[in-house]
Design a protein. Structure first.
Length: 551
């Protein structure tokens, strides 16, 4: 591998490595995601420095998993402790979106030929014809990012060793549960203790993209947003289809919640000059398994919900308020429809109760405990029985079993949280350590603008989900309690969810994202812009690295 790289220019090295990595199917959850870590390990082992120092390249097996993280360590020339972490992820989303082009999804040359000749979309066709874009699954998100870090690792090892240490980390599972980075937290702590490292900063190079049509700005991010997954379990009051007017169909409430939350920008935070994502519905269904003429007893829905400056406690209060309003409006609509129906039938309406309780998991649990029913045993037993299910499905089963403990079986909405949780992690002006990093980034971008002609803009929050979230936690213990207490199962048990909160808080690594530039990640037209990603970005990252070490 090294012999092939050594003959190439830096930009050609990055492109060659990207194509090699893209050719390796590492779809999240596939056997390829297991195999690619071994291939990256072999690539690095071929570098002369790591031939001489094999102890500085290793694989970390993720607990209770077959996937592995790749670590490599390159000592600095003058500072034995100060360390900058270069990290990226090797897993990708699937290729179902490629349709008839599935066989070419990992073949940039074949896709380039297709998009240059057979593509109806003018922008994509022109990009392909220009020769400046590399197509294929993972070209932008984010095999090219790994390639850029590899190119810099090789350059550092052979030509211009930095003053401080470089710790290279490539993780699994970023596209799903972030098992790779949460496992890496333990290894980062071990290295800090065993080798006396001080982590000055982390640089991720997950892809950046245009924010609007015609946008050529290269965005650099000084942090990343957080994420919660709010789930709503809705218990209704079932009925035969011939007697629905006085009952509560839970699907009406989940539908209302979907309309109120999905893509509602008014609910999203308003932060000047930041790209803020609104909530997105990721899942909605009722609990019926087959056709019959009974209405559903319960329904489930959950949302992608990003946190920027907002805390979990604030988000919980907002979500509860929306759920309460939605439930009240559905109840009122049910009542109106019943009265209208009775009027049409020429009958006198009776008094019925369509009220729907809205609560959190924690409050519901305490409500049941006050009735002296076996809440804790029910949670443990249900979780064990359904341990084979997706963790979100399992949590819905837990809440459903708790609903069965209620003697009244009243209609209710229960808000709880499920995996994954990502803390927000961003640089804050006025914090001396953060100010020095911001200054280093600003200085470097000014130089690069003059030399390259690129236009940069610094923003606080990387707009998509990032492993950088697991390098620091800025929420207080009290704020974290609002999250943990509303997880149906949290802890070290196999059927529970857990992230190492205290270990992450202790690491407290400031995070930058200086990404490769691409378009349409997670789409069949995913592509990477080579001139910036391969010719400018590697040197820009090195320059920022050097300036951070100088501060």
């Amino acid at each position: 591998m090294y012999e092939q790289l050594a003959t190439l220019r830096e930009s050609d090295q990055a492109e060659w490595l990207t194509a090699k990595l893209v050719a390796l199917d590492s779809t999240n959850g596939s056997t390829g995601e297991i195999n690619i870590s071994n291939e990256i390990h072999k690539m690095i082992r071929s570098f002369p420095y790591f031939q001489k120092h094999p102890e500085h390249i290793w694989l970390q097996t993720i607990p209770n998993d077959k996937r592995k993280n790749v670590f490599a360590f390159l000592p600095g020339t003058s500072n034995e402790k100060e360390t900058i972490l270069y990290h990226a992820h090797y897993d990708t989303v699937g290729i179902e979106d490629y349709g008839t082009l599935n066989a070419q999804a990992f073949d940039p040359e074949a896709l380039l030929a297709h998009f240059a000749s057979d593509m109806q979309n003018e922008e994509i066709r022109e990009d392909a014809a220009s020769g400046d874009w590399l197509f294929g699954r993972g070209t932008a998100d984010m095999k090219s990012g790994i390639a850029v870090h590899l190119v810099n690792l090789l350059r550092y090892a052979e030509h211009e060793r930095p003053a401080g240490n470089i710790l290279f980390l490539i993780t699994a599972d970023e596209e799903s549960e972030h098992a790779g980075m949460t496992a890496a937290v333990t290894e980062l702590q071990r290295l800090r203790s065993a080798w006396g490292l001080y982590y000055k900063a982390a640089i991720n190079n997950d892809y950046i993209s245009p924010q609007y049509e015609g946008d050529d700005t290269r965005y650099m991010y000084t942090g990343t947003c957080g994420k919660i997954l709010p789930c709503f379990y809705v218990a209704g009051k079932e009925s035969h289809v011939g007697d629905t007017m006085t009952k509560v169909n839970p699907t009406s409430i989940t539908s209302k919640l979907n309309l109120e939350l999905h893509n509602n920008a008014e609910i999203a935070e308003h932060i000047e000059d930041e790209f803020i994502l609104p909530p997105t519905c990721l899942y909605q269904r009722d609990n019926k398994q087959a056709y019959d003429v009974q209405t559903a007893t319960s329904a489930y829905i959950y949302f992608n919900f990003c946190l920027y400056e907002r805390t979990v406690r604030e988000a919980t209060a907002q979500l509860l308020d929306i759920a309460q309003t939605s439930a009240e409006e559905v109840s009122k609509e049910y009542e109106n429809r019943y009265h209208n129906y009775m009027k049409r039938m020429g009958r006198e309406p009776k008094d019925y109760d369509w009220s729907i309780e809205v609560t959190t998991f924690d409050a519901f649990k305490k409500e049941l405990e006050a009735l002296n029913v076996p809440v804790a045993d029910t949670i443990r037993h249900t979780s064990h029985i359904f341990r084979h299910l997706d963790i979100r499905e399992r949590f819905f089963k837990i809440v459903e079993a708790m609903q069965m403990l209620d003697p009244a079986r009243k209609p209710r909405v229960v808000l709880f949280y499920a995996a994954p949780f990502l803390p927000h992690n961003y640089l804050q002006k006025g914090v001396e350590r953060h100010d020095r990093i911001l200054e280093a980034l600003s200085e470097s971008l000014k130089v690069s603008e003059k030399e390259s002609g690129e236009t940069y803009r610094v923003r606080r929050f990387f707009p998509f989900i990032s492993d950088s979230s697991y390098l620091a936690i800025q929420e207080s213990d009290e704020e974290m309690t609002a999250l943990v207490d509303n997880f149906p199962r949290w802890g070290n048990q196999n059927d529970a969810y857990n992230i190492p909160i205290e270990e992450i808080r202790d690491l407290n690594i400031p995070a930058l994202n200086m990404g490769v530039y691409g378009k349409d990640a997670h789409q069949w037209s995913e592509r990477l812009y080579k001139p910036f990603s391969f010719r400018i970005l590697p040197g820009l990252i090195r320059d920022v690295t050097a300036r951070i070490f100088e501060k």
